[in-house]
Design a protein around this ligand. Structure first.
Ligand SMILES: NC(=O)c1ccc[n+]([C@@H]2O[C@H](COP(=O)([O-])OP(=O)(O)OC[C@H]3O[C@@H](n4cnc5c(N)ncnc54)[C@H](O)[C@@H]3O)[C@@H](O)[C@H]2O)c1
Length: 364
């Protein structure tokens, strides 16, 4: 199977390409298409990236190819890492997601239209670019909703499992459980889905209660806001102390606070984002079906907040070579259900200016 990476020369795109080749996810007979844009510096750099990857990995590299025109994108799996990113602000003030959406909606539309016109009709699209929910909404409308998945919820899920594993002193692969909702502050840690291999139900419930303390998700947004304020004040004096403070917080708060601080530090989160993306690609390319969390365009498959959920939301789904299929979400405790409903409403409101005039197609 072949893979195309849109925005290949960006920080995330370059990491995705490098990890795909280095981890030998693609056989030498497959093709990795590095996609830049004709009117930016990537038109030149993408050729250099190809040469650099061959220089480093020629013995086991797949066929490396360059494309600059969206109409020339050809692949079984398309990774969307093109577009603007959110610049961190030193005062910790939230970035304008609307501004980012305005810039990147055009990128999502251009590639989705090109794939709809020139593609095979069966590509699976993994959206990394932010706002990831908008990317999924725009592309699902044009390509069919089951072929498009956003990887923000999978990245948050892997972070959640790691934070729990660290606290319990076990390896991450022993921890299951998902984060849904919206990538970012409206991420919803689904504590009721947590499983820890080797622990029976009673032992797990005790472990989760210890990790969470008396908190519920009702106070989660306020905790995040307070955490960011404290980190902003501390990081301006001592960045190491800010990261050390995060280590003292509960696992679900760390899932949101640590990547936010990483981005604020100027380091960005390219390596972790790419690693989670390549994880997803590995299973899709392998032909296996696995349960992941991802942002998908729902059409009433699950009930959230007392009503069938419509629109984009991060939920656990079965993902395979043809895209995502079933949603795997049992009835949730009240606090998780309420937070998921709030996240869904926030996503719909944020995406509306860029999706309401779009042509129908999401129901496919
Ligand atoms: N979902 C996640 O978990 C996650 C994590 C980190 C970053 N991101 C997102 O991924 C995206 C890329 O981040 P980055 O750090 O690599 O950014 P970057 O600025 O380093 O790279 C952006 C890339 O997009 C390309 N690009 C920009 N405008 C374009 C356009 N109009 N058409 C085509 N290509 C265009 C650039 O040439 C460049 O290759 C951002 O939207 C960022 O917010 C998502």
């Amino acid at each position: 199977m072949d893979v195309a990476v849109l925005g290949a020369t960006g920080d995330v795109g370059r990491q995705v390409c490098t990890q795909l080749v280095e981890r030998q996810v693609l056989p030498t007979t497959s093709r990795l298409q590095l996609v830049g844009r004709p009117d930016g510096s990537s038109a030149r750099a993408v050729h250099g990236l190809r040469a650099d990857l061959i220089d480093a990995y020629d013995e086991h590299a797949p066929v490396l190819d360059v494309a600059l025109d969206p109409a020339d994108v050809v692949a079984d799996v398309v990774v969307v890492a093109a577009g603007r990113t959110i610049a961190p602000r030193s005062d910790g003030a939230p970035p304008s997601r609307a501004g980012l959406a305005e810039q990147n909606a055009g990128v999502f539309r251009a590639y989705a239209d090109a794939l709809a016109t020139h593609g095979s009709g069966s590509e699976v699209v993994v959206v990394v670019s932010n706002p990831v929910e908008l990317g999924v909404a725009v592309m699902a409308q044009r390509l069919g909703r089951h072929r498009v998945i956003g990887m923000g919820a999978w990245l948050d899920t892997l972070r959640f499992r790691r934070e729990i594993a660290v606290q319990l002193g076990v390896r991450r692969h022993r921890v299951g459980g998902f984060v849904g909702g919206q990538h970012g502050d409206d991420a919803v840690p689904l504590w009721s889905t947590v499983r820890i291999s080797g622990l029976d139900v009673a032992e797990r419930e005790r472990a989760v209660a210890r990790l969470r303390g008396p908190r519920t998700l009702a106070t989660f947004p306020a905790e995040i806001a307070e955490a960011k304020a404290r980190l902003t004040a501390l990081a301006s004096q001592d960045m190491a102390a800010a990261f050390a403070l995060i280590d003292t917080w509960p696992p679900d708060l760390r899932v949101v606070a640590r990547p936010w601080m990483t981005h604020q530090s100027g380091a960005k989160t390219a390596a972790g984002t790419a690693s989670a993306t390549v994880d997803l690609l590995e299973t899709v390319l392998d032909g296996r079906d696995i349960v992941v969390a991802g942002q998908v365009a729902l059409a009433g498959e699950v009930t959230v907040g007392g009503a069938p959920a419509h629109g984009v939301l991060g939920v656990p789904v079965v993902l395979g070579p043809e895209g995502w299929g079933r949603v795997l979400l049992d009835p949730l405790p009240a606090d998780e259900d309420a937070r998921l409903a709030q996240a869904g409403a926030a996503i719909t409101a944020a995406a509306a200016p860029w999706t309401s005039g779009d042509r129908a197609g999401a129901a496919r």
